[in-house]
Design a protein around this ligand. Structure first.
Ligand SMILES: Cc1ncc(COP(=O)(O)O)c(C=O)c1O
Length: 404
């Protein structure tokens, strides 16, 4: 693990040199997607230049090399979250991973049963359940969010007592930055006879996650939110469940035998990887995992926490600022400046070269609960600096003076 030096880290990310509206780019939208270091870009480029071929199919050496690159990436991603390689299913993104879980678990569960979610979910952990629960005559229930931005534990106990077939919840809220106690939720789900699915899109990139310690049944995340490329995501799924549950997508590679009448399924994890896979994406994600390991997730988490504290302090001095979410959350700060619309505040930041997110953050039901159409969201990562946070505060002060 190298010593944590943000200026050294920044040199690895070519995009951070860009100017935006005449100012150096301050990229503070890492909950949406992250920037890529040279090592990730080079790994993908090298793959296409040197080893590109379809995997698991060719008897020739190049295909073997490509297969090795893909399977090595699987092993690397597995060890990053404490899983076995066969428990790692590559998907397009966290959204596809959650659709997979919703599809196969709702199909296997009895009609009339229920699915437990929470009110702080991203649309990708709501809509797939709406689609599949409806198809299978099942109901959805939601654990309440309290006014301090944390989940209501009494609801968790009460709703689990009604025996849902699965409890699917986010580890870290992409709006509030709330860090949920995933280990306890998984233990409670298991005790109630429910499966546990963790949306780890905002946790795996930022903190040490170990699926065995957590004892979840499923865990989903996206490569592009952790310095990797777009188009590659991960679903951790216990092997026993892969054996027992039905397939998701059908096609090449996910079968053992096919006749005109019926088919039999390949072994885990191939049963859930139909068609030609995103090999370059897996290679890029593996390089991203190496990069994060090199810096150290503990260092990254501590750095983001410090930036979040500075951000809260700096923004607090602005008249009318309101924060959404607990003080001890992750490196995500959601806020509004008085009655100024988040889009207008976001535009003031943009003029100063600062990229923050302004909108509903794909969490419309949560926005309704918060009683706002939108919030501004600054989300930090390993390459952000205190100076960038101060620039954001300055831009918000300008917005307040002009529109407040
Ligand atoms: C908590 C959470 N879950 C799921 C997703 C979906 O990720 P993707 O769009 O990469 O599938 C996001 C994206 O912002 C997220 O923040």
């Amino acid at each position: 693990m190298m010593a944590f030096d943000v200026e050294v880290i920044r040199k690895d990310f070519p995009i951070l040199k860009r100017k935006m509206n005449g100012k150096t780019l301050a990229y503070l939208d890492n909950a949406a997607t992250t920037q890529k270091p040279h090592s990730v870009l080079d790994a993908m480029n090298d793959y296409y230049k040197e080893r590109n071929a379809n995997i698991h199919r060719g008897a020739y050496t190049l295909s073997q090399e490509s297969t090795d690159a893909y399977e090595t990436a699987r092993k690397n991603v597995a060890s990053f979250i404490g899983a076995k390689p066969e428990e790692i299913i590559f998907t397009k993104n966290a959204t596809e991973a959650l659709n997979l879980v919703a599809n196969v678990t709702c199909e296997a569960a009895p009609r009339g049963s229920s699915v437990l979610l929470t009110q702080m979910e991203h649309h990708s952990n709501i809509v797939p359940w709406q689609l599949n629960a409806k198809k299978n005559s099942q109901r959805l229930k939601y654990v309440k969010v309290r006014s301090n931005g944390t989940l209501c534990n009494e609801d968790v106990d009460e709703f689990l007592a009604a025996s849902p077939h699965i409890f699917s919840f986010t580890h870290v809220s992409n709006v509030l930055g709330t860090i949920n106690d995933a280990k306890t939720f998984c233990r409670k789900a298991k005790k109630a006879g429910a499966l546990a699915c963790v949306d780890a899109a905002q946790s795996v990139p930022h903190m040490k996650v170990n699926v065995k310690e957590m004892d979840c049944d499923f865990l989903a995340f996206s490569g592009h939110k952790m310095l990797g490329p777009t188009g590659i995501g991960v679903l951790y799924m216990k092997k026993e469940l892969q054996m027992r549950l039905p397939p998701f997508l059908g096609g090449g590679d996910m079968i053992k035998q096919v006749s005109f009448e019926q088919s039999t399924w390949n072994d885990p994890p191939y049963k859930y990887e139909a068609g030609t896979q995103n090999v370059a994406g897996a290679v890029g994600l593996s390089a991203a995992v190496d990069y994060l390991r090199g810096v150290g997730l503990q260092n990254i988490a501590a750095h983001e926490k410090k930036l979040a504290q500075v951000c809260r302090k700096e923004l607090s001095s602005i008249k009318g600022v309101k924060f959404y979410g607990p003080k001890n959350g992750s490196g995500i700060i959601s806020f509004n400046v008085g009655k100024i619309h988040a889009h207008d505040a976001g535009e003031f930041a943009n003029r100063d070269g600062i990229a923050i997110r302004a909108g509903h953050h794909c969490a419309m039901p949560l926005m309704k609960l918060l009683d706002v159409p939108a919030t501004c969201r600054a989300s930090f990562y390993l390459y952000n600096t205190e100076e960038e946070v101060e620039r954001l505060a300055t831009a918000m002060k300008k917005a307040q003076r002009a529109l407040g």
